[in-house]
Design a protein around this ligand. Structure first.
Ligand code: NAD
Length: 479
């Protein structure tokens, strides 16, 4: 194990274990391709133990007074924030994002946890006026043990969204975090354990993703499935959950359109778009990824976009000044190469980048494509990487039609200085998350989530907690 990396393992019923099967997979540093650790994988017997622990943990946790639960979660948030530097380093080692981004993620998720813990205290339910001898009320109760599956692009953020909501609501949880970025998840879980979360309430497993999800979804004790990842896998898991009549929360992919209107400030729009586009090397489900720019501001936008792209510093995320790290795995490199080759073969112009950077690690140059035909793959498939296709439009109705033409409906962005046009964009975009005149990220107090194939359910805000609660109507005839 690399000195600075984490101790990775499974956390079941309050104990760290290497599982019962002896199978492991290597964890790779995407900036150097060196092995950071060997991660143990769970067997079916390990998964069954985790579910049993979650059942017992749920009984304890739901009976714990909510003020006590919130105090433990606040303590975990404080501990996490205090360890931000160390965990951020682990995250950069295993995922590649620049240290400052990783640190920001840890600080942010400590805030998520605090917000959810407080919001759960306001899950009041209500009392409904009714006949004098009957008290009619609506109560909110934790749904029960949750199975959650999280990806590698936000090794802290994605597990925390689910853990914070589940634990705040009074649920227990079995999390299968990404096998490619296990160190951050292990550190989060370690922190909750130190803060005094009772054993069994929070369990962490790794394994063969299909085997783990199949088994956990079918386990009768699991009451809710929460997944963040690609649309094909989301459809598969939602289907399996549906067959078991279990609710699911699906945070899936997007292909966010950015419409830069004729009255926008093109230079400012370009600077903001570049910062968001290349954050986490473009591996964000809400990444701006299709740029539709009005003809009248196109040249100015492109010039500023290219200048801001040229100013990016690509390198090892642990090095000072680096603003874009490597891609997280070789699959993304291959995908970027395919998207660029396809676009160029269909007539697009390669303005910047377009190829792997010749050094160890999974580095791909920040890429700008112009004149990209609408049938090019990059205009239709989520790039999930540092490739920015830019196209011109003349009529806003056409731009909105292009924006809404795909099955995705996660994030959308618009730039305009006219409130009338802004309202047209707000009404027109088919998306669950809309940012105007900036590329806003997710916040604790408001919901994130998609429409169309980008999924259902929300994370963040009171809506996020709602998914982890069930509503019970109680009609009490007084005797
Ligand atoms: P993938 O579709 O194989 O996997 C996506 C995630 O799902 C991974 O974390 C993986 O471990 C998990 N997974 C895969 N099969 C599973 C199964 N049967 N049961 C449970 N979990 C399973 O693709 P990938 O190469 O890891 O990522 C590529 C694509 O995934 C990207 O193009 C992007 O569209 C999508 N993605 C989206 C997000 C997001 O935040 N919505 C995050 C990561 C990846």
């Amino acid at each position: 194990m690399t000195e600075q990396y984490a101790h990775v393992g499974l956390f079941i019923d309050g104990e760290w274990t290497r599982g019962s099967g002896g199978r492991t997979v290597p964890v790779i540093d995407p900036a150097t391709e060196k092995v950071l650790a060997e991660l143990p994988l769970a067997t079916i017997a390990d998964l069954d133990r985790a579910v049993e622990a979650a059942v017992a943990g749920f009984a304890v946790w739901r009976a714990t007074p909510i003020a006590r639960r919130a105090a433990i979660l606040h303590d975990a948030a404080d501990r996490l924030a205090a360890k931000a530097d160390r965990i951020a380093r682990i995250m950069t080692l295993e995922q590649g994002k620049p240290f400052a981004e990783a640190r920001g993620e840890i600080v942010r998720i400590a805030g998520t946890l605090r917000w959810d813990a407080d919001d759960a205290r306001r899950a009041y339910g209500r009392i409904i006026p009714s006949a004098g001898d009957t008290v009619l009320s609506v109560r909110k109760e934790p749904i029960g043990p949750v199975a959650a599956f999280t990806p590698w692009n936000f090794p802290g953020g994605s597990p925390m969204r689910k853990i914070a909501a589940a634990l705040s609501a009074g649920c227990s949880i079995v999390v299968k975090a990404s096998e490619e970025t296990p160190g951050t998840a292990c550190e989060l879980v370690r922190t909750f354990d130190e803060a005094g979360v009772p054993k069994g309430v929070l369990n962490l497993v790794f394994g063969d993703p299909a085997e783990v999800s199949e088994h956990l979804i079918a386990s009768p004790a699991i009451r809710l499935i929460a997944f963040t990842g690609s649309i094909p896998v989301g459809k598969l898991l939602a289907g399996k959950a549906g067959a078991e009549m279990k609710p699911s929360l699906m945070e899936l992919g997007g292909h966010a359109p950015v419409i830069v209107c004729a009255d926008a400030d093109p230079a400012q729009a370009a600077r903001k778009a570049v910062a968001a586009k290349f954050a986490n090397a473009g591996q964000v489900c809400t990444s701006p990824s299709r740029f539709l720019v009005h003809d009248s501001v196109y040249d100015a936008f492109l010039a500023s976009f290219v200048a801001a792209t040229d100013a990016l510093v690509v390198g090892n995320g642990l090095d000072e000044g680096v603003t874009m790290g490597p891609l997280a795995n070789p699959r993304r490199l291959k995908a970027m190469e395919e998207l660029v080759t396809d676009a160029v073969s269909r007539g697009a112009s390669l303005v910047r980048g377009g190829e792997r950077i010749d050094r160890p690690g999974f580095f791909f140059a920040p890429t700008v494509l112009t004149g990209v035909p609408l049938d090019a793959l990059v205009m239709n498939e989520e790039p999930f990487g540092p490739v920015a296709p830019i196209v011109r439009f003349t009529d806003l109705a056409d731009a909105l039609a292009i924006a809404n033409s795909l099955p995705y409906g996660l994030a959308a962005y618009g730039f305009t200085r006219s409130s009338k046009t802004a309202e047209r964009l707000i009404a027109g975009f088919e998306a669950g998350i809309l940012s105007l005149n900036h590329c806003g990220g997710s916040v604790h107090e408001a919901p994130s989530g998609g429409v169309k194939s980008s999924g259902f359910g929300r994370e963040g805000g009171p809506e996020g907690l709602e998914g982890y609660l069930v509503t019970k109507r109680v009609s009490h005839l007084l005797v």
